[in-house]
Design a protein around this ligand. Structure first.
Ligand SMILES: Nc1ncnc2c1ncn2[C@@H]1O[C@H](COP(=O)(O)OP(=O)(O)O)[C@@H](O)[C@H]1O
Ligand SMILES: [Mg+2]
Length: 322
């Protein structure tokens, strides 16, 4: 492992064994996240982003899902070799995750205060009065204006933005080294979205928390990420620093994604949608998985799949024509 590397995912494969066949949701995915670094995982819906995240926490629904290959090294220790008991002490403590819909991860019948304290007690085994103060501090850290009031509220009494703040507060309460955010702002309005991203940026800068930030929105990606991996149909097709991905992308899929992202200086009718759809991952096209939708596709693209190779220092691309 290189210096400062927190997470090293190597050749990860997570498949679903269904009546329809084997769904290759994550199919040989590798990436690295360093201390205090945010890696964006971007791609259309159904490309395997969430399953990559759930694999890291070993929370893939099994059956029908199963991690069938690869390594997930957290500071050099392969999570795939751990006992479930050891894994439980890593979840929420070393690695936390926040989801798109905060309301689905909260219990509607307990107050925010009760749920937060429960999580913190589980990991810390501290005296109650310590925890009480900690909970208030952490709510202040996520800029909740009136923490004492919020602690006595139930989830349905809060707005989506406030609830997502509480989720972030819970996720960071044990100071994880890695925070996985799976479309954390997708359900929020634009201004709340910006506030949540700001908060995550602050966390990253102040606590040197590493982030795996999942989104289908390249705009959001640019606000927070240092590096980005573009995922298509279970594989990574381009991987580089964020500026290269956004300003000088090489892969036709990355270019198409950027072309389909709304910009302020553009009318809606100028937006180009990517033709076709993400393939069914149980019935993948031959060769390059993107070739049926690619404007540059040639005969060679239907043959063997192009490998993800470093074409420029730190810039990896899987395409014959990039
Ligand atoms: N329970 C399941 N059974 C079968 N296939 C599944 C299941 N869950 C997810 N998948 C498959 O995994 C693929 C990747 O899903 P996901 O990681 O959620 O995509 P993303 O987060 O990029 O939208 C989906 O296209 C779907 O076919
Ligand atoms: Mg998802």
């Amino acid at each position: 492992m290189g210096q400062n590397e927190i997470l090293n995912v190597k050749h990860l494969k997570t498949h679903f064994f269904t009546d329809e066949g084997v769904v290759r949701a994550v199919d040989d995915v590798s990436f690295t996240i360093r201390k205090g670094e945010a890696l964006g995982l971007v791609g259309e819906s159904g490309c395997g982003k969430s399953m990559t995240a759930l694999s890291i926490l070993r929370l893939v629904p099994n059956p029908p899902g199963k991690i069938v290959g690869g390594e997930i090294l957290l500071r050099g220790r392969d999570l795939l070799t751990l006992e479930e008991k050891e894994m439980r002490s890593i979840r929420g403590k070393e690695i936390s995750m926040i989801f798109q819909e905060p309301s689905t991860s909260m219990n509607p019948s307990f107050t925010i205060g009760n749920q937060m304290k429960e999580v913190m007690r589980y990991h810390q085994r501290k005296a109650n009065n310590h925890i009480d103060k900690q909970v208030v501090d952490i709510l202040k850290a996520v800029r909740i204006p009136d923490p004492d009031r919020v602690l006595s509220q139930y989830p349905h009494q809060m707005s989506g933005g406030m609830l997502q703040r509480v989720m972030i507060a819970m996720a960071i309460s044990c100071e994880p080294s890695l925070l996985i955010c799976d479309e954390p702002t997708t359900a929020l309005d634009v201004s709340t979205q910006a506030q949540i991203i700001d908060l995550l940026r602050l966390l990253k800068a102040k606590r040197e928390t590493s982030l795996l930030f999942i989104t289908h929105d390249l705009g959001v990606l640019s606000w927070i990420c240092d590096t980005a991996a573009v995922m298509y149909a279970g594989t990574i097709v381009e991987y580089s620093d964020i500026h290269t991905i956004l300003l000088n992308p090489w892969h036709p899929y990355t270019k198409a994604l950027i072309g389909s992202t709304p910009r302020l200086d553009q009318d809606a009718d100028q937006l180009r949608v990517i033709r076709g759809q993400v393939p069914n991952l149980a019935h993948l096209p031959s060769g390059c998985r993107f070739h049926p939708r690619c404007e540059m596709a040639q005969e060679i693209c239907r043959g063997e799949a192009p490998r993800l190779e470093e074409r420029d220092p730190g810039h990896l691309i899987a395409c014959y024509f990039a």
